[in-house]
Write a protein that binds this ligand. Sequence first.
Ligand SMILES: Cc1cc2nc3c(=O)[nH]c(=O)nc-3n(C[C@H](O)[C@H](O)[C@H](O)COP(=O)(O)OP(=O)(O)OC[C@H]3O[C@@H](n4cnc5c(N)ncnc54)[C@H](O)[C@@H]3O)c2cc1C
Length: 302
Amino acid sequence: MRYHHGKVTTHHWLRWYRSLRLVQMCSSPASSNNGHRHHLEVTDHAERSKVMSSAEVVSVMKLSQTVTGFTLRVADQRLTFKAGQWLDLFIPGVEVVGGYSICSPPHQLVTDRTLQLAIKSSPHTPTLWMCTQCKVGDKLSIRVGGDYYYDPPGGVEHGRHLLFIAGGIGINPILSMVQHHVHLQTQQHDQTDTGRVQVLYSTKSRDELVFCDQLAELARSSASLMMSFYITREKSTANQERSDIKYHRINRDDLEQCLSRLQPSDNLTCYLCGPQQMVDMITTTLEQLGVKNSQINSEKWW
Ligand SMILES: Cc1cc2nc3c(=O)[nH]c(=O)nc-3n(C[C@H](O)[C@H](O)[C@H](O)COP(=O)(O)OP(=O)(O)OC[C@H]3O[C@@H](n4cnc5c(N)ncnc54)[C@H](O)[C@@H]3O)c2cc1C
């Protein structure tokens, strides 16, 4: 195993994993990942912590028809993470390693040694296990990794505007980052000019908008934070429950409106996570509207 600045690179794991996949593909012609690349391959480039910890499942909760939420209590005190990072998840008896973004903020781990995941059901082996078999008391092993995170070194940066855009279950790293930002703001002595923050969160249906209430509550607690929700495959009804939910895909007009609130745009940093087409479309549009590519950070799960 190779260490780089105290971190473990994935080459060792990837070699082990590829040999495992070869055995799996030979024994099972119907690939369990529907032809997609697995987490260890997708994140081959990313750095990982050298701390591998055991973690006990302390709650399992259905968040929507397709999404299940998990709380894990982490055994090893040395395990820490930055808002936006993910876990390699090792499930006893399941050969394929899962990969899931942490949706809770880092200060929760400090306070009670727990972190949270939200997993969307899929036939992918570890995902299927988590969503159908995992129960309270189960023991898993976890390791933190990833280069996509929000961790301003001196606390909230003065005058720095933030634009967070999430599609579907891509909300997970964004939720952690937004909670971390609000937490940092509350710690700040000087709360003037901490910049404006805009969150756009889009899903197919109202049921899939699993963190809508939690985010709306955060927005109520922070004057600089604005939320907009989008539902793309359901129509609004006459007695539509909330005025902050729009019924269309995030489009150029929405982005233009956000950017006008987040001026000057030189002070803007964007964080995106969602399906590939959405991330590509939004990146292109933001660039057309004058945001530099270096200001846009996106987490790619493909
Ligand atoms: C770094 C990383 C973090 C991840 N975090 C999570 C997580 O927190 N929760 C979770 O349920 N799954 C997460 N995944 C996906 C998970 O590891 C599996 O890839 C997924 O369960 C496999 O589903 P599928 O093969 O059926 O792919 P599909 O559902 O068919 O999706 C195709 C690809 O697009 C990606 N994708 C689909 N929708 C989104 C979206 N809204 N945002 C971003 N990418 C998307 C999928 O990960 C997959 O690679 C993550 C993957 C990676 C690489």
